[in-house]
Every structure is written in structure tokens, then in C-alpha cells.
Design a protein around this ligand. Sequence first.
Ligand code: AHM
Ligand code: MG
Length: 343
Amino acid sequence: MKIKHYTPSTSNLAYSVGVTLDRFIKMKQDDFPYASGELSQLLRDIALASKIVNRETNRAGLSNIGGAFGNTNVQGEEQQKLDVIANIRFTRAMTKGGEVCAVVSEEDDEVIDLQNKSGKYVVAIDPLDGSSNIDVNISIGTIFSIYRRVTPIGSPIQAEDIMQPGNQQVAAGYVLYGSSTMMVYTTGNGVNGFTYEPSLGEFFLSHPDMCAPKDGKIYSINEGAFNFFEPGLKNYLEVCKNRTYSARYIGSLVADFHRNLLKGGIYIYPSTSKAPHGKLRLLYEANALAFIAEQAGGKATDGTQRIMDILPQSLHQRTPLYIGSMKMVDEVEGILKVHRTLV
Ligand code: AHM
Ligand code: MG
């Protein structure tokens, strides 16, 4: 009898394109012999909740869940039904999982104590980012940051468990509900992207070891606010135009960030004379994407300071954000500095 021996096409089959997210998380965990598996389980819980949100997102136009819910959240913005659903789904998944003791969410004024006595992680999450795009069938996303609590496990949650700088993140990621649904995450050892296959209900590794191009030709900013920008930023935008860069702005941070991560570009949500701290939130929008950007070889600052070194002062603190390809962020920072010293 002739026996044909199967030869894997790569030497590292476990990490090759096509492996499921669950298996990938397990394999990565096995790289750390003393890892307890709780972070892995938490990532799986988040992935599971995102599948449910993905299903709801796909049905948004059909099932009357698009549109305003009637409440306003802590930011004074009208909550959309899907925002509410996503918040419930992610919080529920983390409550049941047991690994998380507290959640900070864009949709909740206060920290949520999940009453998980043994939970050693704190999660900051924007359950559904880009909510103004829900009703017009444009990509939206989920953004999450994971921290280890610093006070003893089982004791009441303290401010220092929550108010940690981004450089203390143990994992961060986003889910993009776009033309396909993707989950991209890092645990501080590179960035990997997984695409959802709806008929199988699984995320599969599609973008291993993602690297941000060092430079790019895309700039993403809401230029409608141009008159309120500082002179240095106006100058940088002139530079972009003189070089005939492409302006691309979806108005969904995850989608804009993801495109620029793949193609090379910069996303800017600056401070303006009307909103000196910008719009985006440090804890559950900027920090997670900054971690991913840096892990992919990119950069994230508030125009001066590294995003991940900012010590949060309040739960829903806002920060200006310059994020994307290293050279582009460096360049705009340089121009801002020159103009600021002229003032
Ligand atoms: P949201 O969390 O309320 O959805 O707001 C965040 C969103 C980002 O996704 C997006 O980049 C930005 O707000 C768009 O803001 P603007 O309409 O001011 O350009
Ligand atoms: Mg948001």
C-alpha cells in the first residue's frame, strides 16, 4: 500500500492564515507556560459578544433596531438602539465570563462593578463606535482595552484600577463591522487580524502580524472644522494637499484607523478652539488604538505627548488624537511644534 505523507505548507502551521481565532488564542497562550488562561478566555468572550453584535448590525435595517433609543449618554449624545444592544451584549459576556471585575463603557456614566470577586481584569470599551453611521449603513466598530487590576483581587474596585495609563494595557483590540467583519487585537506581541466567516460562525486569521506602513498618502480628518484648527494643523493640511494625498474620512474611527493601518495614512481628531480636548475618549477609544498602532510599528500622540503615557484624570476624558504611519505622525508633530513656538 502506498502512503502519501501530508506535508504542511508552512513550518508554523498553528499561526498560518486560516487558523481559527479560538485556536490562535490557545496557541499563543501555550507560548507562556505560566499563563492562567483567563486573558484568553476574556478575548474569547469579547469575540463571542462581537458575533452577536455583528448579527444585530447586519439586521439593523430590517428589525427596527436602527435609530435613536430616546436616551442621551454621558457625553450628551443621543444613544442609538444598537449602541444600547452592544453595550448590553459585551457587558453580559464579561459578567458571565468571570475574568473581569469592572467595566468602563462609553455608554455608562459610572464604572460598572461586575461583582466578579475573582476577576483580575478591568475593561474599557466603546461597544459601538461611529454610531452616527448606524442608520446610513456605513461601517461601525467596537473598541476595547484590557488592564490588570492593581488592587488585591476580591477587594472593592478602586480608582487606581481604572485610571491606568495606556502603557499598562495587557491587550487591546477592535472589531470592524464593515464589508466584512474583522477582529484585530494585540497582547503586546504584534498585531493580528481575523475575518469573520458568517456561514461557519468563526473568525479566521486573515491578517497575521500586521505592520503599519512607515509612511502613507492618506489623511483622515473632519476638515469641516478647519476654521477652528490651530495654525500648525492648517499648515500640515496644506502640505498634504500640495502632495496630492488622498483625503478619506468615514467618520467611524475604527474604519478610518483600519484602512490607514493597512494602506498607510494618518487619522487626526485634533483639539479645536471650540473643543480644546478634541472629541475622542482616552480610556476606550484612543488608548486601545494607540497600543495597536505602536505594536504595528505606527505612532499615536495627542500632538505632543504619547497617548499611552497620558495619566487619566477622569473616566470619560477626551484627548486630541494623531495616529497612524510613523513618518506622518512625526511630520505633523514637527509642524505643530514650530507653529506653537511662534505663538
Ligand atoms: P461616537 O463614539 O459617539 O461614535 O463618536 C466617535 C466618532 C468616531 O468614530 C469618529 O471618528 C468621530 O466620532 C467622528 O466625529 P465627527 O463627526 O466630529 O467628525
Ligand atoms: Mg466612540
